[in-house]
Write a new protein. Structure first.
Length: 452
């Protein structure tokens, strides 16, 4: 059932093999809205499915990852109705109707880390969880070990440490466990989401420095919105989850700040202005900190809390000569790498060794593609250095990675004829990315196979 790549019902532009990006004829001056948060959407869907009662979730992201999340939950017997950007979820109170199913989750990393625990907490059932080839290469062993230590029964069907999995519903006993956050915060989030259904309270002691700790805070916040009883310290070194199941809620999700950052970067790169409207300026999403780095590079930034707006104005020349630690906002490492091409001096990014294990080896993808268009890049143990230069046009291989494709699309806003392969890969996070980019005046041309 594992597949090399499977388009979802929400994949966009699958009929095109390439997209060509050219600069706007006019200075970029745009007022935009971006879709809902991918991270919050899948957390909310799985928690609502576990909860007792019917939940309404507004502002969901319709992307590949959320599509496969919904399909997997439906395969478990969860009734889910979609109306525009709202979803209505009939929670199962921790008991899945279909107790013997094969579940396919595509390349949805959040679902891959959150769903096994949601299955393992059930008292009865046996399921097989399959992923596509891309996700099946990514590590999953930590969350399996944590769940089994709490009484779960999760095993690997083929290769040790990777999908597909077999999950037997035997319930979780709770207790104390030591968990590492150095590879992915999602392993801890997956453990947390299931823990309210353990027989006893669960105490998680977090060791090592956590990769993107803000995403654990987003998980805790979402759990509390659905009624979970938690205790934790500011640095999340110890988290206690009491035996108190979720209850249904009506919630509104935030927009996706990671997606917004590409359009903030567009203003920075073109010397233009971009306003993104639907921004929670008090968000826990860590990528809002990207604005601080844009300021250091010379951008004007206004954060308007009351209007829920962020305005970014690009300078005549981006400043360089910095070393930035992007550990907490590593999804924007490639974005800053693209901006560095046009800065006054080289920029070094540190703290992102873990992005070699995402949808692609992102450091390799950045380095290879930039070198192919004439830009000097040095790969480091935990990051990279990009040297300013004059890139040529060329064809970009995104390695089926949405973040590679979206970051390199920015190049086309200043360099004519940047061509990106497999444009539909952005559907993982933002299916309408190229349509939004086109609204800013950037010339976006779709190309079918054979027309190159």
């Amino acid at each position: 059932m594992s597949k090399s790549h499977q388009y979802s019902g929400w994949s966009n532009n699958i009929e095109y093999s390439h997209v060509k990006i050219k600069p706007s004829k006019y200075k970029v001056d745009s007022n935009l809205f971006v879709p809902g948060s991918k991270s919050m959407t899948n957390r909310a869907l799985i928690i609502a499915a576990l909860a007792d009662g019917k939940s309404e979730i507004a502002g969901i992201l319709k992307s590949d990852d959320s599509y496969w999340c919904i399909e997997a939950l439906r395969e478990l017997g969860v009734k889910i109705d979609l109306v525009d950007d709202k979803v209505y979820v009939e929670g199962m109170n921790g008991k899945w109707v279909k107790k013997n199913s094969q579940l396919f989750i595509g390349a949805a990393g959040t679902v891959g880390r959150f769903l096994p625990g949601a299955l393992a907490q059930a008292a009865i059932g046996e399921w097989e969880v399959y992923a596509d080839e891309q996700l099946s290469k990514r590590p999953i062993k930590d969350i399996v070990n944590y769940l089994n230590a709490l009484g779960g029964e999760v095993s690997f069907l083929n290769m040790d440490g990777h999908f597909p999995l077999k999950v037997k519903g035997r319930g979780l006993k709770g207790g104390e466990i030591i968990a590492s956050g150095k590879i992915s915060s999602q392993f801890i989030s997956g453990l947390l989401i299931a823990s309210p259904y353990a027989k006893e309270k669960t105490t998680i002691k977090v060791v090592d420095e956590v990769v993107q700790i803000s995403y654990i805070k987003i998980t805790l916040n979402m759990m509390e919105q659905f009624g979970a009883s938690l205790q934790y310290d500011e640095h999340l070194t110890k988290i206690i989850v009491n035996n108190k199941p979720y209850t249904s809620q009506n919630i509104v999700l935030e927009s996706d700040i990671s997606t917004a950052c590409y359009f903030f970067a567009l203003a920075a790169l073109t010397g233009g202005k971009v306003v993104v409207n639907n921004v929670n300026c008090n968000t826990l999403q860590p990528d809002l900190k990207f604005l601080d780095f844009l300021k250091e590079m010379g951008c004007g930034v206004d954060i308007l809390h009351t209007q829920q707006q962020v305005e970014v104005r690009g300078p005549k020349q981006l400043k360089g000569g910095f070393t930035f630690n992007f550990k907490e906002i590593s999804d924007q490492a490639l974005t800053i790498g693209i901006l560095s091409v046009f800065s006054t001096l080289p920029i070094t990014i540190t703290g992102v060794a873990h992005i070699r294990r995402h949808e692609s080896d992102r450091i390799m993808a950045l380095s290879t593609n930039l070198k192919n268009i004439g830009i000097k890049v040095e790969e480091n143990d935990d990051g990279f250095t990009v040297y300013p230069g004059t890139p040529t046009d060329g064809i970009i291989n995104p390695y089926n990675d949405h973040r590679v494709a979206m970051a390199f699309a920015l190049l086309g806003s200043v360099i004519p004829n940047i061509v990106i392969e497999n444009p539909s890969c952005v559907s993982k996070t933002c299916p309408e990315f190229f349509e939004i980019l086109s609204k800013t005046g950037i010339d976006v041309q779709y190309i079918r196979e054979g027309d190159m």
